[in-house]
Design a protein around this ligand. Structure first.
Ligand code: PLP
Length: 344
């Protein structure tokens, strides 16, 4: 039994999900003739109370499309220094859209309205790039699964409106945030110009993301997706996995969150752990005591069939997910409590 806690992207579709996928009615989605893709897009748009949505092969492509939609070459976007759009999309913001990033020193990947207001370049000062977009992430990835208070989004939105900026939410793990905060997703739909969501993380679909917005923006997004090479043909088989995931795998995210919290509590008591960051959702980041080598712990756990990842600088990451079941959880807790990590 291999236990993979490296990411929530490692899940494999269940038998039920596969059965549902096989039964999908499909068509050519590049001609917008795939009824299952159309149904998924309508479902996700309705979830956020927005007009339209578009299915993408990856969250990266959905985010990059949003950046392309909201900016012109030479402009600048504002994001947290740990933002996925800046750190983990291969430099796509500059490659695809020719924009630079103004990075803010946020708290666990979260930025404030006050920080945003202070980072907007004066539009009259033509020496600086024009600021045109603000990107936030919820939950934060590198920030350890932290959730924003929706009140901060409302404040950032007001700053955006006052300065004619667009506001994009990278909601790869928005489902995790929503089950914790119990916010109404339709309130999110009112705040953001575009929202990207992933079906392939906590929800357990093998592939798929969507970009959600108003109808006119999604019409423009369709062209950009085509340019990026993201037009897919009989994609209904994949969209069906997303429909299944939305119907069956949102509420159960609380189990992933409980297990991550329990692991945090166990780690906190261990002599070789320096610090455990607050666990809000399914991501757990912890730090070893000074002088201890994180690769040593990774190797020791690997010998015991448990896989976790390093974030560098003595920090490690554990991500719980749909395929991490209770028997595995008990075994991981037992193993962590028994293992000895020392300087050699
Ligand atoms: C995973 C993730 C994405 C999208 O990743 P893909 O692997 O391209 O689907 C975007 N933003 C955040 C915060 C993520 O964690």
């Amino acid at each position: 039994m291999e236990i993979n806690l490296i990411s929530d992207t490692v899940t494999k579709p269940s038998q039920e999900m596969l059965r549902f996928m096989f039964q999908a009615e499909v068509g050519d989605d590049v001609y917008k003739q795939d009824p299952t893709v159309i149904a998924l897009e309508a479902k996700v748009a309705a979830f956020f109370g927005m007009e339209a949505a578009l299915f993408f092969p990856s969250g990266t492509m959905a985010n990059q499309t949003a950046i392309k939609l909201h900016t012109q070459p030479g402009e600048q976007l504002i994001a947290d220094k740990w933002a996925h759009v800046y750190n983990y999309e291969g430099g796509g913001a500059s490659f695809n859209s020719g924009v630079s990033c103004c990075l803010l020193d946020g708290n666990r990947g979260m930025i404030t309205a006050q920080q945003v207001a202070g980072a907007i370049n004066n539009p009259e000062f033509y020496h600086s790039p024009s600021t045109s977009l603000v990107c936030v992430e919820n939950t934060t990835n590198k920030g350890g699964g932290a959730c924003y208070d929706i009140a901060e989004f409302v404040k950032i939105k007001a700053v955006c409106e006052a300065n004619h900026l667009k506001f994009h939410l990278d909601g790869a793990r928005i489902w995790n945030a929503l089950v914790v905060t119990k916010d109404n997703p339709k309130a999110y739909g009112k705040i953001f110009d575009t929202i990207s969501v992933c079906l392939s993380k906590g929800l357990g679909a093998p592939i798929g993301s969507l970009l959600v917005s108003d109808a006119a923006t999604i019409k423009r997004a369709l062209r950009i997706r085509k340019i990026f090479g993201g037009g897919m043909r009989q994609a209904g088989y994949l969209a069906a996995a997303g429909i299944y995931a939305l119907d069956n795998n949102i509420e159960r995210l609380t189990e992933d969150h409980r297990r991550a919290k329990e692991l945090g509590t166990v780690l906190q008591k261990l002599t070789w752990v320096e610090k455990v960051e607050p666990v809000e959702t399914n991501i757990l980041i912890f730090e070893l005591k000074k002088g201890l080598n994180e690769n040593l712990l990774i190797e020791k756990l690997k010998e015991r069939n448990i896989h976790i990842s390093s974030m560098g600088h003595g920090k490690l990451r554990i991500v719980t997910h749909l395929d991490y079941r209770e028997v595995m959880h008990s075994y991981v807790i037992e193993t962590l409590e028994r293992i000895v990590v020392n300087c050699n």
